[in-house]
Design a protein around this ligand. Structure first.
Ligand SMILES: Nc1ncnc2c1ncn2[C@@H]1O[C@H](COP(=O)(O)OP(=O)(O)O)[C@@H](O)[C@H]1O
Ligand SMILES: [Mg+2]
Length: 199
């Protein structure tokens, strides 16, 4: 039996349920390979390849797909493997597509904060960490800096003054503190962030 699903329906989403061995992985593999093999007519005399993104928690599905990639698409494949320590890939948590647009900026802040909540167990019960996370996130979005520079931001006064909003209550308070008191406060924040960065 042949079943057809239009690209329009595919883009609307699909949900597959079934016990082990029912063919879920096989179905996903077939769909990915079919997409990679197709070309969509865009305009008269112009066709385009279809892009596919596969996210899989284990390697079996990916390996099945990789060995079936059509030859003419082999050079289009980008494999991001977090377990491949020889070829690590960077992820910038603070990446914002348009930091000058307040709505997009706020959306990025929200996304970063939700990662901090999931990864660091940050919540209303950790008010100091939350305050730091908010201030650091708002400072680093739209800069070339990432997680790596958080410690630098908190410990290096010259670096900090270049980046922070001088009218922010948080940074005014922070800059007014004695280095000894700053050290005591940022210690918790930095320890948690190192745990994530080095994980
Ligand atoms: N449409 C199909 N026709 C023939 N064999 C299939 C089909 N779908 C799956 N299989 C086979 O059944 C087995 C289990 O399929 P799989 O996709 O791994 O199941 P699931 O991911 O649901 O556990 C595999 O050996 C696969 O090759
Ligand atoms: Mg499976």
């Amino acid at each position: 039996m042949t079943v057809w699903v239009s690209q329009k329906d595919r883009r609307n989403g699909m949900h597959g349920l079934g016990g082990t061995g029912m063919g879920k992985s096989k179905l996903v593999t077939s769909m990915v390979i079919q997409d990679l093999s197709q070309r969509i007519p865009m305009r008269k005399d112009f066709e385009e390849n279809i892009g596919v993104f596969v996210m899989a928690p284990d390697g079996d599905l990916l390996n099945d797909i990789l060995v079936k990639i059509p030859k003419h698409r082999k050079n289009d494949v980008v494999l991001l493997d977090p377990l491949d320590i020889e070829r690590p890939f960077p992820l910038n948590l603070f990446y914002c597509p348009d930091p000058t647009d307040p709505a997009i900026f706020e959306l990025t802040v929200e996304q970063v904060i939700s990662v901090f909540e999931k990864v660091f167990g940050m919540s209303e019960e950790t008010p100091q960490l939350s305050e730091y996370a908010q201030a650091i996130t708002r400072t680093l979005i739209g800069t070339p800096y990432t997680m790596i520079e958080i410690a630098h931001l908190l410990t290096n006064e010259g670096f900090r003054r270049q980046l922070v909003n001088p009218t922010s209550d948080f940074w005014m308070d922070y800059n007014a503190m004695q280095p000894k008191d700053q050290r005591q406060e940022y210690r918790t924040t930095i320890r948690r962030i190192r745990q994530l960065r080095d994980a």
